[in-house]
Write a protein that binds this ligand. Sequence first.
Ligand SMILES: Cc1cc2nc3c(=O)[nH]c(=O)nc-3n(C[C@H](O)[C@H](O)[C@H](O)COP(=O)(O)OP(=O)(O)OC[C@H]3O[C@@H](n4cnc5c(N)ncnc54)[C@H](O)[C@@H]3O)c2cc1C
Length: 362
Amino acid sequence: MHKTEHDVITSPDDVALDRLCQSLKEAADRRHGPDDWPADSLAACAAAGVFRWFLPESLGGLGWDDLKQTKGYLKLAAADLTTTFVITQFSGACRRIAGSENRVVGERWLAPLIAGDAFATVGISHLTTSRRHLENPVLGVAAEPDGGFRMNGAAPWVTGAAHADVIVVAGTMEDGRELLAAVPTDLPGVGCGGGAELVALSASCTDQVTLDDVLITAEMVLAGPIADVMRSGVGASTGGFQTSTLAIGLARSAVDYLFHESTRRDELVMVAERLAVQVDELEQRLLTAASGGPCDAGELRADANRLVMRTTQAAMTAAKGAGFVEGHPVGRWCREALFFLVWSCPQPVASAQLCELAGIAS
Ligand SMILES: Cc1cc2nc3c(=O)[nH]c(=O)nc-3n(C[C@H](O)[C@H](O)[C@H](O)COP(=O)(O)OP(=O)(O)OC[C@H]3O[C@@H](n4cnc5c(N)ncnc54)[C@H](O)[C@@H]3O)c2cc1C
């Protein structure tokens, strides 16, 4: 990543975060396909200390709690969903590495990762949402006699794979136990796709990673082999509010657009105000949840999905044909909103969404 100058952000209310978001927003408007990996925006985030939000001070981080992280993510997502999404996958990898009992991995990777000198990502969805209907696991693991493991197969979805130095990958043993490992991408047998053309977020360079008889030594193992490896360990995700956070951030950018348009079009004032109240309310529920208050993560996700679809489509309706021309941000937001229908979408949320679309009472 390139080095850039940026003030270090000290809290989610810091004007330095607003300045960073402004530069992310401008860069987001110029991005299109997998050739547009957001290296500069990620470098700006690293320089502003964003990568340190997610780690404890003892490991060189800033130790932001869930509430501060959520507030920070809301602003980033409203400015630039692609870069923010890439950061979620990066921070997921960092948290897993930092939380592992195997300190060797952290000692090797955490300092360059936090500094923005190396990039990490995750390939884990095949343990939770992706390809679950298949008979055989897509990524198999076999034990080696000397304590290591061999991985064979593919991680079907890995964001920024071609730009990663290390990928946190999960695989399944024949007996069903699972292994989580930090796999350096320069190991023999690791093949990273360059990035698929997607409906949106193509610049996230998401693609499959193949593992052909890759030798995983004990120093690379983060957790396992055990049952349900993703539920184990300190770096495990805590209830899945991140996807909803990004959806609400995107909804906010659509509402801000409506407000901006309403300054010259009276008929939009009421619509912008009404939708803004709904974004405010959902954001409040999210922040309550992030503070440890009661919240059904599935319900929040379903509401965030509905809201991001409605707000972006309202923005398109207001932008008219101009919004439908390639390059207009509103068109991009509408495509980005579709991402929340598929990204780590829990089956009950997806099923409820299908019933709603079909007019079936649940
Ligand atoms: C842009 C993007 C970036 C992502 N980045 C990452 C990442 O960095 N790391 C990560 O771990 N994950 C990532 N994911 C994965 C994501 O979180 C989900 O796991 C993924 O979107 C699930 O979709 P799938 O096509 O793999 O699902 P699948 O369930 O595998 O469905 C694929 C197809 O299989 C068929 N099918 C589905 N269910 C059944 C069934 N029950 N019976 C028969 N056929 C069936 C359907 O034809 C369906 O189209 C990313 C996804 C996207 C879209």
